[in-house]
Ligand binder design. Structure first.
Ligand code: PNW
Length: 552
């Protein structure tokens, strides 16, 4: 011990001398020697410490994720629930409402609906809207996203006749929401086009730009004093590709590779006109905001190390999300370059004199650019890209063939909907991509949800919400993605389009065999009630599948 004391003393003296008088050469050598000695002695301690510090700083994200999952939502983050008119209202021909394209499809081609059901009665929300509002208040959400039925308000589709009962119905719903302090977020068009307008060509007819502007005008004027948040279109991809480029949605035109691109041209212009009308005529007095909700299937390479797959996944994302996001949310505007190029190449190979996808001219590029106050995202799932080529399910010509990639559903776990694979990390990758591709826009998630067959103990749905919400928290806190709100799809089991009532997304179960259409809360109602009250992801075991609970 005495030896160590002397050594330390000498070392201190050396340092003192070094500072005071400058160091003679041998003292300096001794000093270095002592330092090296000290380092060797302390090495076993220092080494693990260095490794720990180094790993912490290089893998900080992993550390935080592994040790402490984020659970708390930022101040001001809002939660809501979404529905759509045709899926819940029923009363398809009551009090002046006219036929829409989904009424026409389900009545004339019932075999196209999986279980032969239709939207004639649906959840009867036309008569039971007060029950819906009570359920929303019970859950404790901040806002309710619902859509207006165009053919209920304007039976001819045009403003030549306004149906007073349509106005009355939505006024009553808005009043009921105000009573419970629930903000309305209202979609002008959620797929239920008046059949009269479809008879004129629907979204493939450029005249629809005027009809949609007139319809928006009426809605802003009638309801804009109480509606501060508007969505022009719900999921333009599903409208243009599934309804005009395919037969997956009404009116099932199936003009693959042609009608889909005519539709996007009209729809984006109609959206822009509606935005400008609101912006110039109504915003100054009504002070609201207006946006579009674009949906994605996010594409990822099956093998992230495979450069070709990585490049093709980017192409597919540009074709899917970029088709509608690029014209509105980028500096350059217009369709994504790769989309323009691919369709031009394919069209040439087909011997066509000009591309099937017409580009916007300068006037429309400018008119469409920047026409959304927020980026509205509907997201459910991720699919994979396995390589270049023509997807086996692609028609010719078609949007899918124009991409030039083969897709696969072999990813994540399943749901009751074939297309809906559960891949929470895909959501995080997609959100980060939106931040970098569209200049860090403020984002609202306007739909996200999970389908099963209608069980009351819906652990699968709760796990889906919990895992997807957890990824939202990760990208907010780790990547600074600017997400301001989240919307659950959906309040209650409802008419799931061509799947009828066979795929159920609701927080409430609806027994459609009972004429009184009773709504029964599923376990997910409890989960959301707690989340809305605490603004934190519930961690309790009762929300987990019994096999996944902690063992004591
Ligand atoms: C949305 N996909 O549709 C619609 O906005 C809702 O009306 C619908 O009920 C809900 O999601 C559930 O299907 C989508 O293939 C349909 O990725 C298909 C996809 C996404 C959304």
């Amino acid at each position: 011990m005495e030896k160590v004391r002397l050594l330390v003393l000498e070392f201190a003296k050396d340092i003192h001398a070094l500072w005071r008088y400058g160091a003679p050469f041998p003292t300096f050598l001794k000093l270095i020697g002592t330092l090296v000695l000290c380092l060797i002695v302390m090495m076993p301690l220092l080494y693990p410490l260095c490794v720990l510090v180094f790993t912490y700083f290089t893998c900080e994200g992993l550390f935080l994720r592994g040790l402490a999952q984020y659970t708390k939502f930022p101040e001001g983050f809002t939660f809501g629930v979404a529905t759509a008119a045709h899926q819940i209202e029923g009363a398809w021909n009551v009090s002046g409402k006219s036929e829409n394209v989904w009424d026409r499809l389900s009545h004339t081609r019932p075999w196209m609906i999986a279980d032969g059901t239709n939207g004639d009665v649906a959840c009867d929300s036309y008569n039971r809207y007060q029950e819906d509002v009570d359920a929303l208040a019970h859950i404790g959400v901040d806002f309710y996203r619902f859509s207006l039925s165009w053919s209920r308000i304007l039976p001819t589709g045009r403003v030549d006749f306004v149906n007073p009962d349509g106005i009355r119905y939505y006024n009553a719903l808005l009043d009921a929401l105000a009573e419970k302090n629930i903000e309305p977020l209202v979609t002008l068009f959620h797929w239920d086009l008046p059949q009269t307008l479809q008879d004129l060509g629907g979204w493939a007819n450029p005249k629809m730009i005027d009809y949609f502007r007139d319809y928006s005008d009426l809605c802003f004027r009638e309801f804009g004093d109480r509606i501060k948040s508007w969505i022009t279109f719900n999921e333009p991809y599903e409208i243009c590709e599934d309804a005009y480029g395919d037969d997956k949605k009404a009116p099932a035109i199936d003009s693959h590779g042609v009608g889909n691109y005519l539709c996007s041209d009209t729809l984006l212009k109609a959206h822009a006109e509606s935005y400008h009308l609101y912006n110039e005529t109504y915003r100054p007095t009504q002070n609201g905001r207006i946006q579009i909700s674009i949906n994605s299937i996010w594409y990822e390479p099956a093998d992230p190390e495979n450069a070709e797959q990585v490049a093709l996944a980017e192409v597919a994302n540009q074709f899917k999300f970029g088709w509608f996001a690029h014209p509105i949310f980028t500096e350059a505007g217009g369709y994504p370059t790769v989309m323009v190029e691919n369709v031009a190449l394919q069209s040439k190979a087909e011997g066509l004199p000009k591309p099937r996808l017409e580009q916007f001219d300068d006037y429309w590029i400018k008119r469409i650019r920047g026409t959304s106050d927020f980026l509205g995202i509907n997201h459910y799932t991720t699919h994979l890209i396995t390589g270049a080529g023509v997807d086996p399910i692609a028609k010719s010509p078609s949007w899918l063939k124009d991409i030039g990639a083969v897709t696969s559903l072999k990813v994540g776990t399943d749901s009751a909907s074939e297309w809906l694979r559960v891949v929470p990390t895909g959501f995080a990758n997609f959100l980060r991509w939106c931040k970098s591709s569209y200049n860090d826009p403020p984002i609202y998630i306007t739909e996200n949800g999970f389908s099963d067959r209608g069980t009351l103990l819906d652990y699968g749905r709760i796990k889906y919400f919990n895992d997807y919400l957890s990824e939202i928290l990760n990208v907010i806190y780790d990547d600074g993605v600017n997400i301001l709100g989240y919307t659950i799809w959906t309040l209650m089991d409802n008419f799931e389009w061509r799947a009828g009532f066979s795929e159920r997304f609701g927080l409430y179960k609806v027994d459609i065999t009972d004429p009184s259409l009773p709504r029964t809360p599923k376990l997910s109602v409890e989960y959301w009630k707690q989340l809305c009250a605490t603004r934190e992801l519930p961690q309790e075991d009762r929300f987990k599948e019994p096999a996944e609970r902690r063992r004591v």
